[in-house]
Ligand binder design. Sequence first.
Ligand code: NAD
Length: 477
Amino acid sequence: MQYHFIANTATPSSSGRTLPMIDPSDGQPFDEIQRGTAQDVDQAVRAARKCYDSVWSKLSGAERGRLLMRLSAKVAEHADALALIEQRDCGKPTKQARADAAALARYFEFYAGACDKLHGQTIPYQEGFSVFTWREAYGVVGNIIPWNYPMQIFGRSVGGALAAGNVCVVKPSEDACLSLLKVAQLAAEVGFPAGAINIVTGYGHEVGDALARHSGIDHISFTGSPSVGTIIQQVAAERHCPVTLELGGKSPQIVFADADLDAAVPTIINAIVQNAGQTCSAGSRLLVDGLIYDELLERLGQAFENLRVGPAAMDLDVGPLIRQSQQQRVWDFLSDAQVAGIPMVAQGRVVDEAPESGFYQAPTLLRDVPVTHRLAQDEIFGPVLCAMRFKDEDHAIELANATRFGLVAGVWTRDGARQMRMARRVHSGQVFINNYGAGGGVELPFGGVKSSGYGREKGFEAMYGFTTLKTVAIKHG
Ligand code: NAD
């Protein structure tokens, strides 16, 4: 049984109710979390405020940095245990779960180093004035986190917020939150004061809604779906609470005829099958120069057929989807493809050892997907790659920018001038040339345009998003 983590204390919900945690690899319940209430959220926000006023806001950047560095080391020490928790909770293959734990440690390390490097500016002004700016923490940040990368998103959202001088009330996903309860406990063990990191579990429409509405929350960092992002924005607007929105994507991988296909093929595949395609920045649309369209699809098709899907602990190419409704969602998209006569190039295989009750989906490569079809427009959030051909650079850009999203983009070409033109013209928050994701570096500012959201997390840029700027003008004659 798991409890909320409030003021460094395992705390039961005022509801007296719990929710089951389901293992996606076999569809069976294996643990329980608290079904939080607005009252629980209020308790956590009060604990956070008390911590901010009495302890956290009085620490220097260097002192906050030392705490975060200790937490980074502690996470690294417990990385295998955290990876095992995440594996069971999310259905992540071992390699992915371990990579996520390593990324969490790295986020805390990066933000530990950033704490004492955030400063304002002096501004030349009229004779007789001295003007300068301060970067001030908001106070209490509400961090709402999805299920696809709990540890990584906690690292960037909570790590950045704490480094900038805020305290946090975290609402993880009801589908995956166990690793975060453990991390909060590790933070208490390395000396984080009570109330600096609080976690309230439960449903989005209950706990998440109460958090977004709470007048004691000074800033909301939301990562999740565009539809819930809209609700958060509306709720926050009622009291003009600033919001960072990290939402979905339908990101293109654009391949020109002069590309290094040996390098591109494995990268293209990884960009769509990593985490079973349940990645906001998944490269889910493949735009290919007509000159190499058939050749590339043939190579990709062969590779897709070799992909194996199975229980997370088997550490195959692909694990299960998070839950049955997500599996159904992917099936619905694939059945729409069939109805529309969209050709399937190839599919991977679910291994015989995979329990029937698990949420498996074979990776699927589709070709000639019409740009207006919902397969090319909506986030599937499964291992489905939709290919289409383009005839020239303008056409590639037209297709790349033809969705409501704009999170990331990948471009494969050896032509340096084209690399620059494409990077400028594609609408997205990140562009990768001759790679995809750049290894996910925590240093790299991340976020979207259009319906992929706004604001940036990761990197030093996030420190600006987690602070507000105050201008001080002194008239001294
Ligand atoms: P979701 O929007 O359903 O849930 C995200 C979080 O919001 C969960 O904790 C959920 O409980 C909470 N929530 C749900 N309803 C709420 C409400 N009414 N008020 C407040 N909180 C509420 O998203 P998900 O299914 O957990 O995650 C998948 C989505 O997240 C995808 O769209 C994916 O692209 C996106 N995502 C984006 C990024 C990014 O950085 N851009 C990263 C990861 C995931």
